[in-house]
Design a protein around this ligand. Structure first.
Ligand SMILES: N[C@@H](CCC[C@H](N)C(=O)O)C(=O)O
Length: 284
């Protein structure tokens, strides 16, 4: 089998993009995706993203993604910005927004996202509403109809105060004094596979630098330590606001670079703005 692909990255969170517009099912299996993501024996990536035909009214395409461990998450913030750039590079015309900028409407397992192509090359994504009930995360840290905000979680012999937010996919956020001192590879997997998270979890370790500046390191479910996580940055801003640590707009500083996140007071939705770049194309 020969597969055409293009590699993209959003703040160093990197993906293999596949033009799957002729078929509603991904043209490779999760285990083939895992092989392609291998950084020694494959192309190397944090995940594989498929541009699939639309199945919902008023959408342009459908996005699905496999993590580098072959699991399928509901959503990916950096990945959907890469998908916007991929569609532009494929020559797919955009819709025109009220402000005259180009837009795509993309269906995901977490709902429909609107992507706006900005004139400076960045992509702004309407990431939708955060979900806060324990049943929606999901987590057993609180009763199903309660929010897990600043609740204790025991990991690696220490009690961490955590806040849980779903952006379609699960996030567990904890604020620390010094984010560079966190042993990500040591404790990340223990958060990810903690029995309190029946669907596993992404985990964000956050240092507050100011009310509009948070520094983040992430351990991703199914991908490990990555250089950036868009859904994680959105979930982090929500956790920061809910615990009184930050304003509703902030720069989230990630190892791969900054993301701008806004939690709109008027519509309650999260808006993420950041870059996405093509790295290379190939055939495997
Ligand atoms: N890097 C992504 C999130 C990808 C999915 C995640 N690993 C999960 O399993 O939920 C982002 O930018 O949001």
């Amino acid at each position: 089998m020969t597969l055409e692909f293009t590699k993209y990255q959003g703040l160093g969170n990197d993906f293999i993009l596949i033009d799957n517009r002729q078929n509603p099912e991904p043209m490779i299996t999760p285990s083939q995706a895992e092989q392609l993501c291998d950084r020694n024996f494959g192309i190397g990536a944090d995940g594989v993203i498929f541009a699939l035909p639309p199945t919902e009214p008023d959408t342009d395409y459908t996005m699905r993604i496999y993590n580098s461990d072959a699991s399928e998450p509901e959503m990916c913030g950096n990945g959907i910005r890469c998908l916007a750039r991929f569609l532009v590079d494929l020559g797919v015309p955009t819709r025109s927004s009220a402000t005259g900028t180009g837009e795509y409407r993309i269906q995901t397992l977490a709902g429909v996202m609107t992507l706006t192509l900005k004139s400076d090359g960045q992509v702004r994504v309407d990431m939708g509403l955060p979900r806060l009930l324990s049943s929606e995360i999901p987590t057993t840290l609180c009763p199903p109809e309660e929010k897990a905000v600043n609740v204790p979680l025991s990991v690696a012999g220490k009690t961490w105060d955590v806040t849980c937010v779903s952006m379609g996919n699960p996030h567990c956020i904890t604020f620390v004094e010094d984010v560079d001192a966190v042993d990500l590879a040591g404790i990340g997997p223990q958060f990810e596979n903690h029995p309190a998270f029946p669907k596993r979890t992404n985990t964000e370790f956050i240092q507050v630098m100011g009310r509009s500046h948070l520094k983040m390191r992430v351990w991703e479910r199914g991908a490990g330590a990555t250089l950036a996580c868009g859904t994680g940055a959105c979930a982090t801003l929500v956790a920061g606001v809910l615990t009184g640590r930050c304003d509703r707009q902030a720069t989230i500083e990630l190892p791969g670079g900054p993301l701008h996140i806004e939690w709109s007071e008027s519509d309650g939705r999260l808006y993420m703005t950041g870059p996405a770049e093509r790295v290379f194309s190939g055939r495997i």
